[in-house]
Design a protein around this ligand. Structure first.
Ligand code: PMP
Length: 327
């Protein structure tokens, strides 16, 4: 779907997958006016297909657009575009289980010009790719590298938007994580370098206590520089449904390290569209290394994971009306 100044959104087309051609002076290439989303379509037990909370992705896409001085796409148009692609590619939605069809809606500037200003022509596109189960051999905790040298986002920046530039800013730290033998980066706040923000592509949750004694679950509050994950928001509800005490708050590196040392912090997990929930095992940083709960997937983590996946795959009742059915 194209957007031009004065004309708005027009020319919606469903076309076979093909390269996009760009002018060397395309403004996106130079000034990174690019935003995206990620969501999944799951096969349902009756053979139908459903996407998970696409309106939430549409709303976040609008918020990203506002922050990047791009035009907002109506929620209904975003959802209809995803629906049209899923219907066309229905045969590519895996037949059952955690495997899914991953959708990647995105928007780029298409205007040609070398001046730094918001463009006056844009293109919104949705592409799709089948995605296997994230953990085909069983859930395995990830290891993380605390990035103390670099920050991903800062107050007043674009961290709360799903903008390409945030990911560009994260690549050096991701490479450092790999050099230290870690799977993922954990970002700290930009000012004090003390508060936990999020992981490279997932939000974080901290579990205190256990199933028997009544677990308390905390996720870093939306600071303005971390992404408001849709999985994060959904888990706040599910954790409450399951009777856990759940809160958004500030979690410091010391809370993580000390809670681990004195045993009050029992589980840490990350959540996002791709992995749904993944336990976090070991932590490395320039200051210290530690491993939460022997690095094994925790009981609360696995219970929440199952509860959310059961809703997405249709194994449990969708009491919140989160599944968007496509027949
Ligand atoms: N944080 C970042 C930086 C991400 O890229 C993602 C993935 N979209 C998330 C968090 C999790 O968001 P969601 O649950 O909406 O996938």
């Amino acid at each position: 779907i194209k957007w031009t100044e004065g004309r708005g959104w027009h020319d919606a087309q469903l076309v076979p997958y093909a390269p996009l051609s760009v002018d060397p002076a395309n403004m996106t290439l130079h000034y990174a006016q690019t935003i995206f989303e990620g969501l999944k379509a799951y096969r349902q037990p009756d053979g139908g297909v459903a996407t998970f909370r696409p309106e939430e992705n549409a709303k976040r896409f609008q918020a990203s657009a506002r922050r990047l001085a791009m035009p907002e796409l109506p929620v209904e148009t975003f959802v209809a575009a995803c629906d049209a692609l899923v219907r066309q590619d229905k045969a590519w939605v895996p037949s059952s289980g955690e495997a899914s069809l991953y959708l990647r809606p995105f928007m780029i500037a298409t205007e040609v010009g070398l001046g730094v200003r918001p463009a006056n022509e844009y293109l919104f596109v949705v592409i799709a790719s089948p995605a296997g189960a994230y953990f085909p051999g069983g859930v395995k905790p990830v290891s993380v590298w605390l990035s103390e040298e670099y920050v991903r986002a800062c107050p007043g920046g674009t961290g709360a938007a799903k903008a390409g530039g945030n990911y560009a800013a994260s690549l050096v730290a991701q490479a450092q994580a790999a050099e230290h033998g870690c799977d993922q980066v954990v970002w700290l706040d930009a000012i004090e370098r003390r508060w936990i923000e999020e992981m490279g592509g997932m939000n974080l949750y901290f579990v205190y206590g256990d199933e028997d004694g009544g677990a308390r679950i905390v996720t870093p509050e939306l600071s303005g520089s971390l992404l408001p994950g849709i999985t994060r928001a959904s888990l706040l509800r599910i954790a409450e449904d399951l009777g856990y005490e759940v809160a958004e708050g500030r979690v410091s590196v010391d809370d993580w390290k000390n809670g681990n040392a004195d045993g009050t912090l029992t589980e840490v997990f990350a959540c996002g569209t791709a992995a749904v929930i993944t336990p976090v095992g070991s932590v490395k940083s320039t200051r210290a290394d530690w491993t939460v709960a022997d690095g094994k997937p925790g009981e609360v983590t696995m219970r929440l994971r199952k509860a959310l996946l059961d809703i997405q795959t249709g194994a449990a009742q969708d009491t919140h009306g989160w599944m968007h059915r496509l027949g």
